[in-house]
Write a protein that binds this ligand. Structure first.
Ligand SMILES: *[C@@H]1O[C@H](CO)[C@@H](O)[C@H](O)[C@H]1NC(C)=O
Ligand SMILES: *[C@@H]1O[C@H](CO)[C@@H](O)[C@H](O)[C@H]1NC(C)=O
Ligand SMILES: *[C@@H]1O[C@H](CO)[C@@H](O)[C@H](O)[C@H]1NC(C)=O
Ligand SMILES: *[C@@H]1O[C@H](CO)[C@@H](O)[C@H](O)[C@H]1NC(C)=O
Ligand SMILES: *[C@@H]1O[C@H](CO)[C@@H](O)[C@H](O)[C@H]1NC(C)=O
Length: 388
């Protein structure tokens, strides 16, 4: 079956007709809570972003553990830069070397397939990050479903926009379930062959900045990953992998994130001159039932376990979030606005595919979707409390 723009438009109209209610203002706050009240969250249609997420700590107090802006216009006008504060990123998450690829994919776009050149928005215009200058984080999604504990957003991404081929109709559905569980499902269909990689770009601080240090030392991470994608000084994949064994990248046994950050300095895993993590970890299991990554705070006691159908995890430890001449004020419920989001005070965990798979077919991971292949993404985030 071949989809056309008209089919997409019809799908969108049908989706809108069943929406209860519709949201017109892209910055309108949508408030959800799980049936048992164990988890609460706020969303905006702009970027299909999560602006706040509250779960209970070990003292039974709710804490807002996602970074964000209290001034919602900053999600749109980029007054504090384009920070990717908890939106959906797409059409192709993460980096694409030289903003170039072929379909079918070939190493460094050197193959005989049709060549595409998309908008380059990083490293002086030498690569593409998160879908280009106007990625899915910078677009008004449509609310197509809303209940007291769930919301679905839909985006029609037109053929040629940012240089990508084909119309894509993308949907994300967030559901807050009892026992502090957040379920996220994404689905996309395309009417031509095109690379698709979506992710959620949530910035976590499990203490809600209610910790005297805010350096992630209290954050313990465990990830079932034996290797990362090898990258150059601009974080562009070079075609191979780095084994984590014997390096600060080894989170197979749980350890402190903050205490591992300084040990990365000689390796510059997050790029030239950078200390911290900004790496694509490949999971060694994808049984879709057991957590592949867990993180908890020894301060708040809040623990996150992630079950996913994705094969990789991008870990970013907020290595360059602080800009002294334009600092980002924290939300009021995180000690703001007179305190700021500092470097290495937060961590992004993106469930996704292999970074730049569209230029690295030797990995055997196919990032091309289209009329005969729909895109799907599903992850479950379960929160609990650990008491020390
Ligand atoms: C929010 O930010 C916008 C743009 O920077 C500014 O014009 C507006 O005054 C701010 N609103 C508040 C309530 O601070
Ligand atoms: C980058 O992409 C452009 C446009 O496709 C191409 O002309 C150029 O050769 C590419 N550069 C490298 C270094 O691959
Ligand atoms: C971008 O260009 C500036 C000015 O030429 C240079 O200082 C900087 O190193 C370049 N950055 C990258 C990532 O190439
Ligand atoms: C990491 O190194 C910096 C700079 O030397 C230091 O200020 C900081 O305390 C160190 N962090 C940890 C967790 O040891
Ligand atoms: C820091 O903020 C200033 C003022 O907005 C801006 O000119 C500068 O480019 C920013 N620096 C970096 C490294 O992003």
């Amino acid at each position: 079956m071949v989809f056309t723009s008209a089919v997409f438009a019809a799908l969108l109209v049908v989706a809108q007709a069943t929406s209860v209610p519709r949201t017109a203002d892209p910055l309108e706050t949508i408030e959800l809570a799980a049936p048992d009240g164990s988890i609460k969250a706020h969303y905006i249609p702009w970027g299909a972003s999560t602006t706040n997420l509250w779960v209970k700590d070990k003292n039974n107090n709710f804490r807002d553990i996602l970074l964000g802006f209290d001034n919602k216009t900053w999600y749109q006008d980029l007054a504090k830069g384009r920070d990717f504060f908890s939106p959906v990123v797409g059409r192709y998450a993460n980096r694409i070397k030289n903003g170039t690829f072929t379909i079918p994919p070939s190493f460094d776009a050197t193959g005989p397939g049709k060549k595409y050149h998309i908008v380059e928005n990083e490293n002086n215009g030498t690569d593409t990050l998160h879908g280009g200058t106007i990625g899915y984080d910078q677009r008004p999604w449509t609310v197509t479903k809303q209940t007291s504990n769930s919301v679905a957003f839909t985006l029609l991404d037109p053929n040629g926009f940012q240089g990508f081929p084909g119309d894509v109709l993308a949907t994300v559905e967030y559901t807050l379930n009892s026992k502090a569980t957040l379920d996220i499902s994404m689905f996309a269909v395309a009417d031509q062959l095109t690379p698709i990689m979506l992710s959620t770009h949530n910035y976590w601080n499990l203490d809600a900045y209610n910790d005297p240090t805010n350096n992630l030392v209290s954050h313990v991470l465990q990830a079932q990953s034996p290797k990362i994608v090898a990258t150059n000084g601009n974080l562009i994949p070079t075609g191979g992998f780095v084994e984590v064994e014997g390096t600060p990248l080894d989170f197979r046994t749980a350890k402190s994130v903050g205490a591992s950050i300084n040990a990365t300095a000689p390796h510059q895993y997050c790029g030239t001159g950078c200390t911290g993590f900004d790496n694509c970890f490949i999971y060694d299991q994808t049984n879709k039932k057991e957590p592949v990554v867990s993180m908890w705070s020894t301060t708040s006691g809040i623990k996150l376990d992630v079950v996913t159908d994705q094969v990789a995890l991008q870990v970013y430890t907020c290595n360059g979030i602080f800009n002294a001449s334009n600092p980002i004020p924290r939300k009021a419920d995180q000690g703001g606005p007179n305190a700021y989001y500092e470097d290495h005070s937060c961590i992004v965990l993106e469930q996704q595919g292999y970074i730049d798979a569209v230029n690295n077919p030797q990995w055997g991971y196919n990032p091309i979707y289209g009329p005969l292949r729909d895109y799907e993404w599903h992850s479950t985030y379960t929160f609990s409390v650990v008491k020390d």
